[in-house]
Design a protein around this ligand. Structure first.
Ligand code: NAD
Ligand code: UDX
Length: 471
């Protein structure tokens, strides 16, 4: 059997690496339009950082795992084709700012239609709007060569920074197919691939529309939990309650559970915002305005949380950060990844830059070029940012990249923790305090430090959802 995956990104690369690892008898090829990406996958400098990934690539590359730009050849030779291309939010036209942009997805589908010379199973791995398989079917049959393309939905639930762990031991694998004899047969073929390492009871079979929709709903529920705890963090600050204690007590209820209740500066990452907005758009298209409004609030609270953090920094520092140096620790959207897509750090840094602060940013995985690119970029969705956009590249002069946390904090008026990297838990905060301007302000956007310990050193500390002073 041969599998081809179109799209060598955060999902396509790790997912296919794990299939190749667990199914040595299957030949797996990952193709992409980007020659640069493919070259990186074939080198020692992989295009993405993901713990454990490099070891698997080293083991399988050249054995039964290949990265190539020759899309036509590998598509035509394969039995199963995964589409794992990006499906970002549309930035213009109908549904701009909400609907999924299916340009890349459609282009991949057309390539499959053109390159196929025999029957194939085509698997939607990308996150797509519910009923996308209907359009896929039409595109695949557009040049009707008498070839049968059986479509499956197999959404990916991995989280970045823990992709390999998630792929090796998934909570579930979801496969949706058409309820026809050929559809059921195709489902069985894909189920057999996963059965090489995933226990049978973790492979869920559903109808195609349920599988497509489940992915959007899973992300909406996860994001909703974060917005719920973040909303409560504001109430905790107003009342003297501690959000960590509240989340712990609430999460002990087995019906609620303890995961995903960490208050933060807001969720980021490539999926949550785009998938909720996509869900909102689908609800609106189906005339479900109240349902759309309900989910919109999850994004609204997320924006509120980011703005609230910036306002707290400014108000604490005597209502001005102009000309002040602020050390920013962490820029990635979460720990253990270099991915900055939708990272809340972009909005927070832009908010501080608008107030004329100077930033010294340190992140163990994000490059200076990436930070500058992200901060110079206009937000594609103006509706969801309260801050003015940086159109003037000169503003970027206010931004520097430090090579470690100590360098970033040296001479700074304040430290802001924006990503929960483990190394920030172990820093010598006494040394950092001594190197800073006084009063030394500390804003912990991820609750990684003990505010009592930092106050004992002399810092003025603000932690999300925690009492501002002792007691
Ligand atoms: P990505 O941007 O990292 O990778 C997509 C790749 O597809 C790029 O390398 C791009 O060059 C390539 N591509 C685009 N159009 C192409 C075409 N027509 N032919 C060949 N290659 C093409 O995206 P990603 O993060 O891997 O996400 C892929 C999909 O998976 C999205 O729908 C996303 O919502 C979903 N998803 C992402 C995650 C995640 O954690 N990143 C998790 C679950 C699901
Ligand atoms: C998410 C989903 O978890 C995953 O199942 C899906 O396939 C893709 O989208 P990802 O965005 O990679 O994965 O990371 P995730 O761990 O979900 O974190 C997303 C954002 O939420 C990060 O910015 C993270 O810092 C934030 N977060 C997460 C919180 O603020 N609090 C939490 O308790 C958990």
């Amino acid at each position: 059997m041969k599998i081809c995956c179109i799209g060598a990104g955060y999902v396509g690369g790790p997912t296919m690496a794990v299939i190749a690892l667990k199914c040595p008898s299957i030949e797996v090829v990952v193709v992409d339009v980007s020659a640069k990406r493919i070259t990186a996958w074939n080198s020692d400098q992989l295009p993405i950082y993901e713990p454990g990934l490099y070891d698997i690539i080293k083991q399988c590359r050249g054995r039964n795992l290949l990265f190539s730009t020759d899309m036509e050849k590998h598509i035509s030779e394969s039995d199963i084709i995964f589409i794992s291309v990006n499906t970002p939010t549309k930035t213009s036209g109908l549904g701009a700012g909400k609907a999924a942009d299916l340009t890349y997805w459609e282009s991949a589908a057309r390539t499959i239609a053109d390159a196929s010379k025999s029957d194939k199973i085509v698997v939607e791995k990308s996150t797509v709007p519910v009923r996308t398989a209907e359009s896929l079917k039409r595109i695949l049959t557009h040049n009707s060569k008498g070839i049968n393309h059986e479509i499956l939905s197999n959404p990916e639930f991995l989280a970045e920074g823990q992709a390999i762990q998630d792929l090796l031991k998934p909570d579930r694998v979801l496969i949706g197919g058409f309820e026809t004899p050929q559809g059921r047969k195709a489902v069985q073929v894909l189920r057999d691939v996963y059965a090489h390492w995933v226990p049978e009871d973790r492979i869920i079979i559903a109808n195609l529309w349920s599988a497509e929709l489940s992915k959007l709903v899973a992300n909406a529920f996860l994001a909703q939990r974060i917005s719920s705890v973040n909303a409560i963090s504001a109430l905790c600050e107003a009342t003297g309650a501690d959000v960590s204690q509240v989340a712990y007590a609430v999460g002990k209820d087995s019906r609620i559970g303890p995961m995903f209740l960490n208050a933060s500066i807001g969720f980021g990452g490539s999926s949550f915002k785009k998938d909720i907005l996509n869900l909102v758009y689908i609800c609106e298209c189906n005339g479900l305005a109240e349902v759309a409004d309900y989910w919109k609030l999850v994004v609204k609270i997320n924006d509120y949380q980011k703005n609230r953090f910036v306002e707290r920094v400014i108000s604490s520092m005597f209502n001005t950060v102009a000309g002040k140096r602020i050390a920013v620790l962490g820029f990635a959207c979460k720990k253990d990844t270099g991915d900055t897509r939708e990272t809340p750090a972009i909005d927070v840094c832009k908010g501080l830059l608008e107030e004329k602060a100077t930033l010294s940013i340190y992140d163990p995985q994000v490059t200076k070029e990436q930070i500058q690119h992200d901060l110079a970029m206009n937000n594609s969705d103006l509706n969801h940012s309260n801050y003015l956009q940086l159109t003037n590249p000169a503003t970027i002069k206010q931004v520097g990249k430090a090579s470690n946390a100590y360098e970033a904090a040296k001479g700074a008026h304040a430290v802001c923790i924006l990503t929960e990297w483990d190394e920030f838990r172990k820093l010598d905060y006494q040394k950092i305090y001594e190197s800073m301007q006084k009063p030394a302000f500390f804003f912990d956007g991820r609750n990684v430090v003990d505010p009592h310990k930092l106050r004992a050193i002399g810092f003025v500390v603000y932690s999300i959802g925690k009492p501002l002073m002792h007691g």
